[in-house]
Design a protein around this ligand. Structure first.
Ligand code: NAD
Length: 455
């Protein structure tokens, strides 16, 4: 099939590459010429395991094209996926300017039937706005070309995006019942048929329910994290090990183990903004989502938990103190720094007078870019952050190590070496990577999240 992907970011590039891998002919459009240049010269603008190979293979096979040419992209695909960003507006609602710009471009250039698929995470009712934006453009040039707007939210996880796309738990597709909707359903069924070979994974529903499903999923996951973080903070006070509790409740199949890890807060481009956007939608309908308000408040608080533990241990004034920081990306296997808890911690350290030596296996360049923006108000702060080539280098002469991202490479360090390099053997572990008892035996002062019963 001939497919166009509008927006070549984490979702768009993975969607385009994976659909090409299945034999489709895919045209990826982006407004950012830098991204398109990188892709056309054989590079990849983001870090995503397995993606580079798929992109290279399908480019070479002539099934995957990258361009900034809007008219050509609209002409190419029978199915047009909109996969542009939907960042939070000032009031927390999803900013639809990029989605609607993409829709208008489609309306401006289309000459035959198109299925327009909202793959971006968008609030309930957005398909109506997309439909109206296309209709306005068609009316402006007196065209009566038919089209259908479909909702097909994406559930991939950064860091495992290719695997998730190729082996999805479920595919959610919302179509309407018009003749155009029926035609769209047929094309979407054909496009996703390779994913449904062993068993049917597609949930067909109405458009609004599909739009809502994505927010419900992310809100649920964020809720589980904040729930555990709140309990972990209490566990620290009442002498309870949150990891024991996690095992104790996760074994109940009604609860399950996933997303029950206490830590230093969730970040990324999705949970924070999607929780906010759902709250915002509710407010438009005069409903207050009390649980989600708390989920957000708990998470904002949790991003400060490492900073608070450090201040409790070293005092409010950190002038002259130096910290090693392992992990900058908001989660492992990605270079994405959006809403990363490391940014909050570094701001607290620098504001309190400390210096830091930081290391992340893949996010160094992106971290430098983002931190320069974060500290635009005080550029001298960047001189107090040393970017290291490896985790060991970051440890040298630090008063403590803070772990912010649970990269696999951090799980089994050489503790003797770690002790010898740190000025004082203290670890603040924002991801509970280590066992407190083992740390005690090793002679390391250990501060986990919800595990202080052991220290
Ligand atoms: P991203 O910022 O990585 O990519 C968006 C891309 O769209 C950018 O490259 C940008 O230049 C481009 N763009 C903007 N306007 C455009 C236009 N008019 N025409 C062509 N290109 C345009 O964003 P992302 O992380 O891929 O997220 C995209 C959407 O998918 C968001 O709604 C997000 O919530 C959702 N989503 C993201 C993830 C994730 O893990 N990142 C997972 C599921 C859903």
């Amino acid at each position: 099939m001939k497919i166009t992907i509008i927006g070549t970011g984490y979702v768009g590039l993975v969607t385009g590459a994976c659909l090409a891998e299945l034999g489709n002919n895919v045209f990826c459009l982006d407004v950012d010429p830098r991204k398109i240049d990188i892709l056309n010269s054989g590079g990849i603008p983001i870090h995503e395991p397995g993606l580079a190979d798929i992109v290279a293979r399908n480019r070479a096979a002539g099934r995957l094209h990258f361009s900034t040419d809007v008219a050509a992209s609209v002409a190419h695909g029978d199915v047009q996926f909109i996969a542009v960003g939907t960042p939070p507006d000032e009031d927390g609602s999803a900013d639809l300017q990029y989605v609607l710009a993409a829709a208008r471009n489609i309306g401006r250039h289309m000459t035959g039937f198109k299925v327009v698929v909202d793959k971006s995470t968008v609030p309930v009712g957005t398909a109506d706005k997309v439909r109206a934006a296309i209709a306005d453009e068609l009316a402006a040039r007196g065209s009566a070309v038919r089209y259908s707007v479909v909702s097909n939210p994406e559930f991939l996880k950064e860091g495992a995006a290719v695997e998730d796309f190729m082996r999805p738990d479920r595919i959610v597709i919302g179509c309407d019942d018009s003749p155009e909707g029926e035609q769209a359903r047929g094309l979407m069924r054909k496009l996703y048929a390779p994913f449904n070979r062993n068993h049917e994974r597609t949930f067909w529903m109405d458009v609004r329910s599909a739009e809502f499903t994505k927010y419900a999923a992310n809100a649920m996951l964020a809720t589980r994290i904040s729930f555990m973080n709140e309990l972990a903070n209490l566990a620290d006070k009442v002498g309870v090990d949150i990891e024991a509790v996690r095992h104790g409740i996760g074994s109940d199949p009604r609860i399950g183990y996933s997303f029950l890890y206490a830590g230093c807060g969730y970040g990324g481009s999705c949970f924070p903004k999607d929780v906010q956007a759902l709250e915002r939608t509710a407010r438009e309908y005069d409903q207050d989502l009390l649980i989600l308000r708390a989920v957000e408040a708990v998470n904002d608080n949790q991003k400060h938990v490492l900073g608070k533990k450090i201040v409790r241990r070293f005092g409010k004034d950190l002038a002259g103190k130096h910290f090693a920081v392992w992990g900058l990306a908001f989660k492992p296997n990605t270079d994405d720094m959006r809403e990363a808890p490391s940014r909050v911690l570094l701001r607290e350290m620098i504001d309190a007078g400390a210096t830091a030596a930081v290391y992340d296996p893949v996010a160094m360049a992106e971290a430098r870019r983002v931190l320069e923006l974060d500290f635009a108000d005080r550029p001298e702060a960047m001189e107090r952050i040393r970017f290291c080539d490896n985790p060991v280098d970051a440890l040298r002469d630090a008063d403590a190590l803070a772990i912010v991202t649970e990269w696999k490479a951090f799980r089994s360090p050489d503790f003797d070496q770690l002790k010898s390099l740190l000025k004082s053997p203290v670890i603040f572990d924002g991801r509970n990577l280590f066992e407190p008892q083992v740390m005690a035996e090793t002679g390391i002062e250990y501060h986990g999240i919800g595990r202080s019963v052991h220290t």
